[in-house]
Write a protein that binds this ligand. Structure first.
Ligand SMILES: *Cc1c(COP(=O)(O)O)cnc(C)c1O
Length: 377
């Protein structure tokens, strides 16, 4: 059997182990230390926004949870959330005892539809409750129509949380994803564009909010010699060992973005003659996607499944697009605003191997397999 070609696997740059070793040598084996501080500074530089401050955390999910707490979302509140996403965008809403309201996508970026968003807000206000927060996602690295969404959030005075877990390095009109909202979320899980094996970050509007986030993420200890608590705390801070991996990964982030973007170009050339297959791409030159994953749309669900199984047989991993939250058994009873855009994407869409570490051999195997499949239909 040929080696497995993965959808997206970790890709170390080479210097990560030096920083991990440094943590061991200096005995900074704790959820604080120089690697955490430096990793945060590197992320801040990457986001190119002087006023924003980064708090590194144990996961992207923890970052979403803390952003909801900081936005004062609690029992009985309502939170608007993009339906077409990974469940980690929505789960923390329920951790807080709040209700998610799911919003459909639009066709250009596959992310939250501003029209359905505003309809939902108006409807909830009519029903007597204004939603507390909006969670918009830059899925697969494609920037959402964040200008329009931020405008709506401002108009109704609702906190905007930007889930940029898949979009480190992406930008809209030269502004980096993660810096548009009141809060931004990053993830360094094993399958993301860079990884610390597990980890995440909260992008905060200023120092004061970062301090609050760190306070909550380190068990909310009051300033006293004994352990005293006036708030419920969390154990959400990033380990200094893992931040060492992050430091090394930041040195190659730009290279990783270029490699992922080159994958998307590879697939665009591969499918060029097959007009029935659409490779997902930036709607205009204002959008810059890190193309975390290259995704395609096939004419029907049956075609999608046939290609997926064909690739599986060749030991090449591919995966259907995210199943929308409003179709998930665990969320099916929550309100949904939209049509069937996200649903149709889920039925017809496929993620293709997109690792920055795909070799020429891998690409040749993928090319051969896909050409063989296309010629057989
Ligand atoms: C990965 C991911 C998360 C969660 O990040 P973790 O670090 O795995 O907790 C949240 N939202 C989206 C869209 C993601 O892809």
């Amino acid at each position: 059997m040929k080696n497995k070609i993965w959808l997206s696997s970790p890709h170390m740059g080479g210097t990560e182990q030096n920083y991990v070793k440094e943590a061991f040598d200096t005995n900074w084996i704790a959820p604080l230390g120089p690697n955490v501080t430096i990793f945060e500074e590197m992320l801040k530089l990457e986001l190119k926004d002087e006023t924003r401050e980064i708090a590194c955390l144990s996961s992207g999910t923890a970052a979403i949870h803390l952003s909801l707490i900081l936005a004062d979302v609690g029992m009985g509140d309502e939170v608007l959330c993009q339906s077409f996403t990974f469940s980690a965008s929505a789960n923390p809403i329920v951790y807080q005892g709040a209700t998610p309201l799911f919003i459909d996508s639009e066709k250009q970026t596959w992310n939250m539809c501003p029209i359905h968003l505003e309809k939902a807000i108006k409807d909830r206000i009519l029903k007597g409750v204004k939603p507390k927060a909006i969670i918009v996602v830059h899925l697969y690295g494609m920037p959402a129509k964040i200008d329009e969404i931020a405008f709506i959030a401002k108009k109704y005075n609702i906190t905007l949380i930007e889930d940029a877990a898949e979009a480190l390095g992406s930008k809209l009109n030269a502004q980096k994803c993660g810096t548009f909202g009141d809060f931004g979320i990053l993830s360094f899980n094993g399958n993301k564009i860079i990884t610390t094996s597990g980890g995440g970050a909260l992008v905060c509007k200023n120092k004061e909010i970062k301090e609050k986030a760190i306070f909550l993420s380190t068990q909310a200890r009051d300033n006293a010699p004994h352990y005293q608590h006036s708030n419920i705390g969390y154990n959400y801070r990033m380990s200094n060992v893992l931040a060492g991996i992050g430091r090394g990964q930041m040195e190659v982030l730009e290279e990783r973005v270029n490699q992922r973007r080159a994958n998307q170009t590879f697939y665009k050339n591969l499918f060029k003659e097959y007009i029935d297959v659409k490779v997902f791409e930036e709607p205009s030159s204002n959008f810059f996607s890190n193309y975390w994953l290259t995704t395609i749309l096939l004419p029907t669900y049956k075609d999608r499944e046939r290609l997926r199984l064909f690739l599986e047989n060749e030991n090449i991993e591919s995966r259907p697009l995210w199943k929308p939250m409003h179709l998930q058994p665990v969320f099916k009873n929550y309100p949904y605003y939209g049509d069937a855009i996200a649903e149709s994407l889920f039925e017809r869409g496929l993620c293709l191997p997109s690792g920055s570490n795909l070799t020429d051999d891998d690409k040749n195997r993928i090319k051969k397999a896909i050409s063989h499949f296309l010629n057989s239909i």
